[in-house]
Design a protein around this ligand. Structure first.
Ligand code: NAD
Ligand code: UFG
Length: 341
């Protein structure tokens, strides 16, 4: 019988891509999402790609009664927990929303899992837990700190999961620390679809390229880096999706808690991303170099060795693939999924 997985936040960017890889790896999956940052028409898109329409439960991970009902109805072997809020700037303005969704929501989910005796969890953590790291590459044992309520929410959940695993070693918990997820499924049917003004570089560039925004601000050109702009570890969302399947499969023959970076291991600058995007799209990106964005570190990339050793996973897709697939998605869906339904 196929193993069944609950995907919280599965209608979102990374969750929807992971659904595809789960299905092709032989899992069945149910999505629980409150659609606060996603669109239900994603289901039809996922059906076109996988030939199976995901079951969507519209609801909040903070709803204990709904979770109890969901776990009693389905025989889940694991949960992949993406649901949460993720905008760093917004978290500074609305910390309680972030702590409610990301911390209380996770606690509610863990309690329901414990009650239902479902003790395998893949958790979306972030490179943000490395705080203002001074040098890269970053290994998992680098000291952790928080620079925003969002970052603190990830750090606190990591701590909670460590305490839980210590108290009951029969839990299997993978904390996956993503670096900078970008790109889209090569079909162009799904991709990153931020509501409002994008906070992140790649969707901003894509919206300039498609004509939705006039110009990109490059935040700072005077960093101590080869071209003066910040370097990040951009990782293709399909590589990331593969990482989640690898983490689930890891628990076929292992147990306990693991924390691993999911990144490529190399840093790419803002100007390099612009150049690669121009090559992939054939569109000139209008940009200007402005002042630094508060809180940005000059360089941040992963040491992905542990993910290779423990999960047998490596990122295979290049920055060219990331730009090509982002452009394929954006040019086929100039306004994202907002005008669908
Ligand atoms: P996303 O916003 O596209 O997806 C998150 C989904 O969760 C959305 O569909 C949203 O509607 C849903 N959701 C939010 N709060 C919920 C709640 N309380 N109950 C039920 N559903 C809820 O974000 P994403 O980029 O796919 O990120 C997924 C996870 O990965 C998040 O936890 C995020 O913090 C983490 N992460 C993302 C990045 C990134 O740059 N995208 C980097 C590191 C970590
Ligand atoms: N940038 C611009 N212009 C923009 C947007 C971004 O120049 O309009 C620059 C940023 O200054 C940075 C780089 O592009 O140098 C990447 O910025 P992103 O916002 O795309 O990504 P970050 O590395 O800042 O943020 C990511 C995740 C967060 C996470 C953080 C720390 O999106 O969730 O890494 O790990 F908290």
């Amino acid at each position: 019988m196929k193993k069944k997985v609950l995907i919280t936040g599965g209608a979102g960017f990374i969750g929807s891509h992971t659904y595809i890889n789960l299905v092709s790896a032989g899992y069945t999956a149910v999505i629980l999402d409150n659609l606060s940052n996603s669109n239900p028409c994603i289901l039809d898109r996922l059906e076109s790609i996988t030939n199976t329409k995901p079951e969507l439960i519209i609801g909040n991970i903070n709803d204990a009664a709904l979770l109890e009902e969901t776990f009693s109805k389905h025989n889940f072997s694991a949960v992949i927990h993406f649901a949460g809020l993720k905008a760093v700037g917004e978290s500074v303005e609305k910390p309680l929303d972030y702590y409610n969704n990301n911390i209380s929501g996770t606690l509610c989910l863990l309690s329901a899992m414990q009650k239902a005796k479902v003790k395998t969890l893949i958790f979306s953590s972030s490179a943000t837990v490395y705080g203002n790291a001074e040098s890269s590459p970053l290994k998992e044992n680098h000291p952790r700190s928080a620079t925003s309520p969002y970052g603190r929410s990830k750090l606190i959940v990591e701590n909670i999961l460590e305490d839980l695993s210590f108290s009951d070693p029969t839990w299997n918990i993978a904390c996956l620390r993503y670096f900078n997820p970008v790109g889209a499924h090569p079909s162009g049917l799904i991709g990153e679809d931020p509501k409002g003004t994008p906070n992140n570089l790649m969707p901003y560039i894509a919206q300039v390229a498609v004509g939705r925004r006039s110009s990109l601000s490059v935040f700072g050109g005077d960093y101590n880096t080869p071209d003066g702009t910040c370097r990040r570890d951009y990782i293709h969302v399909v590589d990331l999706a593969e990482g989640h399947v690898a983490a689930l499969n890891y628990y076929n023959s292992n147990s306990g808690l693991i924390t691993v970076n999911l990144g490529t291991g190399s840093g790419v600058s803002v100007l390099q991303v612009i150049e690669k995007f121009e090559e992939a799209s054939g569109v000139k990106i209008n940009y200007s170099i402005t002042s630094r964005r508060s809180g940005d570190v000059a360089e941040c990339w992963a040491d992905p060795t542990l993910a290779k050793q423990r999960l047998g996973w490596v990122a295979r897709r290049s920055i060219e693939d990331m730009c090509k697939d982002t452009w394929n998605w954006q040019s086929k869906n100039p306004t994202g999924l907002s005008d669908q339904q």
